[in-house]
Design a protein around this ligand. Structure first.
Ligand SMILES: Nc1ncnc2c1ncn2[C@@H]1O[C@H](COP(=O)(O)OP(=O)(O)OP(=O)(O)O)[C@@H](O)[C@H]1O
Length: 530
């Protein structure tokens, strides 16, 4: 039954990308795009069905009652079954990308676009400002990187990337991410596609790294794309060392987090300077003409609260909301309470952050959610039992306080389980070494805080554990989304105390999911309640 329900979830999106407006459907043609991405052929349906039927849900992974048999639980993770991933178009070339870029994608193993890529790439190529929303691990990074690379750099197929005189123009794309790790991850993704010969066309500007070296690299390499954290980008821009006035693309990845108060000043500087012609006064910048002649603004997140919709309307020019299966004008999204936008004074009721779309749309479909109850002093031991019971190979465990991480690592290591802590107080080098060790399997359990909840792509992660409760459903969604990426399976376990169960029930309701109560007994996961 689970296989069938997965198929019904996937199949309707394969039919076509729908464009909706107040006055009825916007067609792809009305946006100047191809009318229909793909209609599923009978043959393809068969392929899909075969694909779905190959997903093996480990039979005795979960037990209804305690049994002494320890062998039934997951021993080997299933490799990703590409046919079960949410794809909509059959090839990247259908999306209007240049042949050189398609070739490079195929060389790197990217053969078929995901749903959100199929919807976003042609829309961005048509110069629309967009908010891209799709669940965690659905490939949103390439959804904005590909249109940029099809216009900027050697893969665009254009002979010169500079002006007619052959001189290089300034920076053409600025990508902003809320954390250093996410920034570096995006740099790696772009570098991979550019290839070793051209990788200097992308430059990282993340905090925690040597600023003068970054400025020197900017001067020497004249990159076309920069990726960084708000603070560092704003700092270098204020020092007059970031030529972004002619910039064509501004990407705000994890845009809802970039709206946070701590980023406000830096974001304001970026929004005011990137892709703004020198001399353009602030008042002028509200004119759609000035905005359009300036930059294209692309905002991305799995969670789009109403604050993002409001900000996007203010920052962009007639922005569209792009989701895996539809594209709608942002204007058609119903209004809600007031929100804070950088540059505007905070209002008394500015905390309004109403989710525009159900949070369930932020979560990958292949996740299993559980919770278990224990006393606070036994939480780490329960984590250890949970890892053993599920035979998880690559675990991310979230705690709410940085100080608790070291102690938890100590306890796990004392019981022979390889663990490490990851948080913002560690140096950039230490953080990247830990992530490397986690990726290559030297560390089995990564204990971390909210720092790792956003955007980090660790495809091997098969289990997420909440040792501390997430503050709300948005935080739950981003934490949970570190597993089950791109069609893979994943498990999320929340370990809570008895008085915290009501929070789990609330999350379950807000996210419209089933979070089942369980226990870990004799090396098995035992469901204790339906
Ligand atoms: N078309 C594709 N084919 C195969 N793999 C892909 C494709 N697109 C993306 N991926 C891979 O899928 C993984 C998830 O992609 P990505 O990190 O962009 O997801 P995301 O939607 O941005 O997630 P999050 O919301 O957590 O930031 C990455 O490892 C990426 O390389």
């Amino acid at each position: 039954l689970r296989n069938v329900s997965q198929f019904t979830r996937i199949a309707p999106f394969r039919d076509k990308v729908r464009f909706l407006s107040d006055s009825g459907s916007l067609t792809l043609a009305s946006l100047g795009l191809k009318n229909e991405v793909k209609t599923v052929s009978a043959n393809e349906k068969n392929k899909l069905q075969q694909g779905v039927s190959t997903i093996e849900v480990p039979k005795s992974r979960v037990k209804k009652k305690v049994s002494g048999n320890k062998t039934g639980l997951i021993k080997e993770r299933n490799p990703i079954d590409i046919k079960t991933a949410p794809f909509a178009a059959e090839s990247f070339s259908e999306l209007g990308l240049p042949p050189l870029l398609v070739e490079r994608l195929e060389k790197e193993g990217f053969m078929v676009p995901t749903d959100v890529q199929a919807a976003a790439v042609p829309t961005v190529l048509k110069n629309h400002d967009v908010v891209i929303q799709s669940y965690t691990g659905s490939g949103k990074t390439l959804a904005y990187v590909l249109p940029i690379l099809s216009q900027v750099g050697p893969l665009s197929g254009e002979i010169s990337n500079g002006s007619e005189t052959g001189n290089k123009v300034g920076i053409e794309a600025v990508i902003v991410a809320p954390s250093r790790e996410l920034g570096m991850q995006i740099v790696r993704e772009v570098e991979k596609l550019l290839g070793p010969a051209d990788k200097k066309l992308v430059q990282q500007l993340v905090g925690g790294a040597n600023r003068s070296r970054q400025e020197e690299a900017l001067r020497k390499n004249k990159p076309a794309i920069v990726v960084g954290t708000p603070g560092r980008i704003a700092e270098i821009s204020a020092a007059g060392k970031l030529p972004t006035h002619g910039c064509r693309y501004l990407v705000l990845d994890e845009v809802d987090q970039l709206l946070a108060v701590n980023f406000r000043e830096d974001m304001q500087r970026i929004l005011d300077h990137v892709g703004r012609r020198p001399g353009a006064r602030r008042g002028e910048s509200n004119s759609p003409l000035v905005k359009r002649s300036a930059r294209q603004t692309i905002m991305v997140s799995a969670t789009v609260p109403f604050s993002v919709i409001r900000a996007a309307r203010s920052w962009g020019c007639d922005p569209l909301l792009v989701q895996a299966n539809k594209v709608v004008p942002l204007e058609s999204v119903p209004p809600s309470g007031p929100v804070n936008i950088p540059g505007t004074p905070p209002t008394a009721s500015s905390s309004s952050n109403v989710q525009v779309m159900p949070s369930v749309q932020s979560l990958p479909p292949n996740l299993q959610h559980y919770y278990t109850i224990t006393r606070i002093q036994h939480k780490v031991d329960m984590l250890r039992r949970c890892v053993h019971a599920l035979d998880a190979k690559c675990v991310i465990a979230f705690m709410n306080h940085t100080k608790q991480l070291k102690d938890a690592v100590f306890k796990l290591e004392a019981r022979g389980m390889k663990a490490a802590e990851l948080h913002g107080d560690l140096s950039k080098l230490v953080r990247s070494t830990i992530l490397k060790k986690f990726r290559n399997g030297e560390v089995r359990v990564l204990l971390t805080n909210e720092l790792s909840a956003r955007g980090l792509d660790l495809p091997e992660c098969d289990l997420v554990v909440n040792l501390g409760l997430p503050t709300d459903s948005v935080h739950y969604a981003h934490r949970a989304g570190r597993t089950g990426r791109l069609g893979r399976e994943g498990t999320v376990v929340t370990i809570c105390e008895e008085p915290e169960v009501f929070v789990v029930k609330k999350l379950q309701k807000q996210l419209s999911l089933s979070i089942q109560a369980c226990e870990f007994s004799d090396g098995n996961l035992v469901i204790t309640e339906d």
